[in-house]
Design a protein around this ligand. Structure first.
Ligand code: SF4
Length: 360
């Protein structure tokens, strides 16, 4: 069982973070924030996939103004991502941002930071202090060197220095992130940081890569940290449709038995016994279960000879054959269906199971 690290608690909108609250899944839109319709459409898809916190880039005042209409139309809390310009942070909060992500050191000085913190107090908005390997102050790099797995100190000092700047202004509603694109630096950095502060931590591997590289890097780094009870919110960062980030995030949480959402898909790798197009079948079933909420085990297996037995623990499954497939439940054959009807009948059975479990 994973013992979560004790932290103080903050709230972003209606999502409570830290202090043993569920680890929250975050993503970031990649639409132009000024394009309200496109951004809303993407957030809707992300929320349907399970995204619980959404961050939006705010590169100019027009984007900050667009937050109002976006915030009013969505059901998950909105975080504004700000770089360099304190006016954008203030404008984002005036337009309904429920949290802001800043690097306090790059806002242009203490007076500007004070204005941002005053606005955060006024609007009751928490701040994520987000530093990364590329934003570390020169003096810290000189003292501690570039962050590495063995010595992530400059990254940690940079975060804590920026946290102190905000604490000195009498503000404590914060979470912290220290991002690196290197897996072991990420792990080492967060492990050390978690012992030095009780603020909630947001985890992520920055610039992790495309679907495969990004999934592997993020899952290794975040999997180690989450399994050690470190991390209160996280983002799987992929060069991809952000909905994929949410799918990976929940698979990661499920694999560590931290949280479950929707069905778990089990599918065999296929072998010489496979007589159906299992890749396409598995893909279609995977797509279908994305919006389901019940944590069922669903199996898609290549053959009726071994499939039901190999996937005995599945609540429901299909297995292919020679023109005829079977639907099975807990390893027992439930129905035989001609191959051309197999997917349709299976999805109907799956939906029936979901409806029954949701009712009970
Ligand atoms: S379930 Fe059948 S097709 Fe799939 S790997 Fe096992 S034996 Fe091969």
């Amino acid at each position: 069982m994973i013992i979560r690290r004790q932290t103080r608690e903050i709230c972003i909108g209606n999502v409570r973070i830290g202090n043993n609250q569920p680890v929250a899944v975050q993503s970031m839109t990649n639409t132009d924030t000024r394009d309200v319709a496109a951004t809303l459409a993407q957030i809707e898809r992300l929320a349907a996939a399970g995204c619980e916190l959404i961050r939006l880039a705010v590169p100019d005042l027009e984007a900050a103004s667009a937050l109002r209409a976006i915030r009013d139309a969505i059901s998950i809390p909105l975080i504004a991502d700000i770089h360099f310009d304190s006016r954008l942070a203030v404008a984002a909060m005036e337009n309904g941002a429920q949290a802001i992500r800043i690097n306090p050191g790059n806002l242009g000085g203490s007076a500007k930071l004070a204005r941002v913190v005053a606005a955060a107090k006024l609007h009751g908005v928490p701040i994520r202090v987000g530093v990364n390997s590329g934003s570390i102050e020169k003096d810290l790099l000189k003292t501690y060197g570039y962050p590495t797995a063995e010595n992530p100190q400059s990254l940690i000092e940079s975060a804590l220095r920026n946290v102190r700047l905000i604490e000195d202004l009498g503000f404590h509603e914060m979470k912290i992130s220290i991002k690196s694109s290197d897996v072991l630096t990420t792990v080492g950095g967060y492990q050390k940081l978690s012992k030095l502060t009780d603020y909630p931590l947001h985890l992520g591997v920055t610039e992790a890569g495309g679907l495969i590289a990004g999934t592997v890097k993020s899952s290794v780094a975040l999997g180690i940290l989450l399994s050690q009870g470190i991390g209160d919110t996280f983002r799987i960062s992929l060069t991809r449709d952000p909905v994929e980030e949410i799918r990976v995030a929940f698979e990661l949480l499920r694999s560590l038995k931290i949280r479950e959402r929707g069905p778990e898909l089990i599918s065999c790798p296929t072998c010489g016994r496979t007589r159906i197009d299992l890749f396409s079948l598995a893909e279609k079933v995977e797509q279908y279960v994305q919006t389901m909420k019940t944590p069922l085990k669903v199996a898609v297996m290549g053959c009726a000879v071994n499939g039901p037995g190999e996937a005995r623990e599945a609540d429901i499954g299909i297995a292919g054959g020679h023109g005829v497939g079977i639907i099975f439940k807990k390893g027992e054959i439930y129905k035989k269906i001609s191959e051309d009807q197999l997917l349709e009948v299976f999805l109907a059975e799956l939906q029936k199971m979901e409806d029954e479990r949701q009712k009970s």
